[in-house]
Design a protein around this ligand. Structure first.
Ligand code: GDP
Length: 305
């Protein structure tokens, strides 16, 4: 099977719960029978149940009603194709990939504990390594000894160096060392893990701002990416925390993990639209290939076909 179709079938498999939730509600529609505008209430309920949120749902439904009223869409099959395309277009397109002028290209990963930061960093590090690009990891979650050990374990497993200090050390110092090391070695990519929980939320946000400042001072133009890692199973509840992280460190891209474990996959669009930032990767399972660069059109198609 070509890479692209293998990729798509993994995405589709990962989105199974959300898709079944959406399409399950449309089962009452008779295939081939003409669509009635009144039936669109079912579609609206399905979108809300998939956690698309009131604003996105209203936007999607307005367009859907318009094409049904104008008879541009007359059957359930055509409606599914329309929804797939329309939802794909609502995402901010990801920016074109560009290497850093001078290495390293620095990516900072933020998000609450358990959202999937460490696993995602490991998966991306493996991807860089497989592409023969140098990569260094920084264990910036010094709040938990287990977080440092977990990153070191991943580093050994995939053959990538990890800059780490002891638990309780200043994470800004770890990040400083990692930036210096990556610059001295000319490493292409530096991926920085951070804490997901501190004594208070204010402490956490201050710590992240400090890390952000250190990176900017040490590497010109960095961080090139600041990724917020979100657990899709929390659905729309992740919106408030996403706004807080965005306010603290200006998120450049979302990484949404565990889409395979939820029927609320629609929240990804609601959150991306609210923050006005692109989704860069999605996690649809636990193996390294299950972290995919996000393709808005493929996402729409995987939800509705
Ligand atoms: P961190 O605390 O943010 O660093 O989170 P971890 O990287 O430790 O991940 C928490 C759990 O989520 C681990 O058990 C991961 O295997 C799991 N996980 C991460 N991404 C995915 C995904 O896309 N799908 C599934 N099913 N599990 C995931």
């Amino acid at each position: 099977m070509a890479d692209e179709s293998r990729f798509f079938s993994r995405l589709r498999q990962g989105l199974k719960k959300t898709r079944e939730g959406l399409l399950g509600r449309l089962e009452t529609f008779i295939v081939g029978a003409p669509l009635e505008v009144a039936q669109l209430d079912e579609v609206e309920e399905a979108l809300l149940a998939a956690d698309l949120g009131p604003r996105c749902t209203a936007e999607v439904m307005e367009a859907a009603r318009a094409v049904v009223v104008r008879r541009e869409v007359t059957t359930i099959e055509e409606l599914r194709a329309h929804l797939a395309r329309h939802i794909g277009r609502l995402f901010t397109p990801p920016p074109p990939a560009r290497p850093a002028a001078v290495p390293p290209r620095v990516a900072l990963f933020v998000g609450t504990n358990g959202s999937g930061k460490t696993t995602t960093i490991a998966k991306l590090a493996k991807r860089h390594r497989d592409a023969d690009e140098g990569v260094l990891l920084a264990a910036g979650d010094t709040f938990r000894a287990a977080a440092i050990e977990q990153l070191q374990l991943w580093g050994r497993r995939i053959g990538v160096d990890v800059v780490a200090h002891r638990a309780g050390a200043d994470p800004a110092a770890v990040v400083f060392d990692a930036c210096r090391a990556a610059a001295a070695r000319g490493t292409a990519h530096l991926l920085i893990d951070t804490a997901g929980r501190l004594h208070t939320k204010a402490n956490l946000m201050e710590e992240l701002k400090k890390i952000h400042r250190v990176i900017g001072r040490e590497v010109p133009g960095a961080p090139h990416d600041t990724f917020l890692v979100l657990d899709a199973t929390t659905g729309l509840n992740a919106l408030v925390q996403a706004r807080q992280f965005h306010q603290a460190v200006s998120i450049s891209g979302l990484i949404v993990t565990k889409l395979d474990g939820t029927a609320k996959g629609g929240a990804i669009l609601a959150i991306a639209q609210d923050l006005g930032i692109p989704v860069r990767y999605v996690g649809v399972g636990e193996s390294p290939e299950d972290l995919q660069p996000f393709d808005p059109q493929a996402f729409g198609a995987a939800l509705f076909s």
